[in-house]
Design a protein around this ligand. Structure first.
Ligand code: SF4
Length: 402
């Protein structure tokens, strides 16, 4: 399903489920299925092949690099509560394999779990314990890699691609789907926020070590286990200066809500190379409904983008895709207008991790949204209009900016 429309899955609009994805059943919900014999949609609550046994919708949580094109179709029971913070892609079965309604947007194997063996992570952890025994951020990343299974944390110890630099305990937004803090909410948050602010020297030690060991490396502030990095701009600015006094190599990136244009300017002046700004919608009302900004507005986010544009920095939008909303004519029009006024370098198409039915309801409570065109069509229409706009999923190193 996509918003209020239902689309039968076929081999044309699905791919074989990519390795590393997971299937989930959705409790207190009945699957909406297409009955091929009768040529109609039906919602089932009982298994037709085993009467009296309940039946549940199945959804796919796809591996990184894939964006979903449809949501698993279901209807809620009266007792249904919020789904936890995942994306719920449509899934099917054909010729002995699961299929998934997903589109590949980044083929890099940065977070391919086949290349991240546990024993290698453990030996990387031991090595770093000897190299930087007193570093609290190193200790924090150990927990990320070994307990939470965070691929970004693992990559630091595996000496691959992008290393995470979580710093900030606070945020000035209250996103509906915040992974690290859910206050007075039924939704469980999936990660704990970092509980201390690392010193600039601790951050720089991690970053410099990673940059020296990895070709075309990226080090990134702004992770799932923290608030927004711009809230800790003082510490980050000092860390960037230390890193840049030691090396000009490596890409220093910040993932942020982009709420503080002045802080963005300071980080760029200190040596920041790229910035990725999270946006769920280019329609101001829909942005505000999801991000619930406390002390800023969507116009500050635009100012931050313009600041980075003025400094000729590489800017990505972390565009939180939800089929049925992202591909409506209103949202595509808003994105087009935004791109004309603020020509960012890249869109990272990422899946919104939030209960889709409740998300649609919240977005439509503010503004009318028309019939979705389909995510695949939305991607190709935007690309046709802006041929130089890069699509992807991961933060590229500076060697690939052009
Ligand atoms: S901007 Fe990030 S840290 Fe802040 S509330 Fe939103 S998801 Fe959470």
């Amino acid at each position: 399903m996509a918003g209020s429309s239902f689309v039968p899955l076929s081999t044309d609009n699905t791919i074989e489920m990519p390795y590393g994805g997971e299937l989930m059943l959705l409790p207190d919900r009945g699957p909406v299925l297409y009955n091929i014999e009768k040529g109609r949609l039906e919602t089932l609550y009982e298994n037709p092949f085993e009467p009296n046994r309940p039946i549940f919708p199945v959804a796919a949580f796809n591996s990184p690099g894939y964006v979903i094109s449809y949501i698993s179709a279901y209807q809620e029971n009266e007792s249904a509560e919020y789904l936890p913070l995942f994306s719920y892609g449509a899934a099917g079965w054909h010729n002995g394999v699961f299929r998934s309604a997903a589109i590949l947007v980044d083929s890099e194997r940065r977070q391919d779990i086949r290349l991240m063996k546990h024993e290698d992570v453990v030996s990387g952890v031991k090595k770093m314990q000897i190299t930087m025994p007193g570093n609290r951020l190193r200790k924090h990343l150990e927990k990320c890699a070994l307990e939470y299974g965070c691929p970004a944390g693992k990559n630091f110890f595996l000496e691959r691609f992008e290393a995470p630099l979580p710093v900030s305990q606070y945020c000035n937004a209250r996103c509906l789907g915040c992974l690290s803090l859910q206050k007075n909410s039924q939704i469980p948050c999936s990660q704990n926020r970092i509980a201390f602010t690392p010193a600039p020297e601790e951050i720089a030690e991690i970053a410099i070590t990673h940059i020296k060991r990895v070709n075309h490396s990226v080090v990134s502030f702004g992770q799932g286990c923290e608030g927004d990095p711009l809230m800790a701009a003082d510490v980050i600015e000092r860390a960037i200066r230390i890193i840049r006094s030691a090396t000009s190599k490596g890409t220093i990136n910040v993932n942020t809500n982009g709420s503080k244009p002045d802080a963005v300017k300071r980080l760029i002046n200190a040596g920041l190379d790229s910035i990725r700004i999270s946006i769920n919608s280019f329609q101001k009302k829909c942005y505000t409904t999801y991000f619930r900004p406390v002390d800023y507005s969507f116009s500050d986010v635009k100012k931050s983008i313009d600041t980075a544009l003025g400094k000729k920095k590489f800017i990505s939008v972390n565009y939180l895709n939800c089929p049925g909303f992202t591909d409506t004519p209103e949202e595509m029009e808003a994105l087009t207008q935004f791109m004309e006024e603020h020509p960012v370098s890249m869109i990272q198409w990422r899946n919104l991790n939030f209960d889709p039915a409740r998300y649609w309801k919240k977005m439509c409570s503010n503004s009318r949204q028309g019939m979705p065109a389909g995510v695949e069509r939305a991607l190709s229409r935007i690309k046709k209009k802006f041929p130089n706009l890069k699509y992807g999923y991961f933060n590229p190193p500076k060697e690939r900016f052009k």
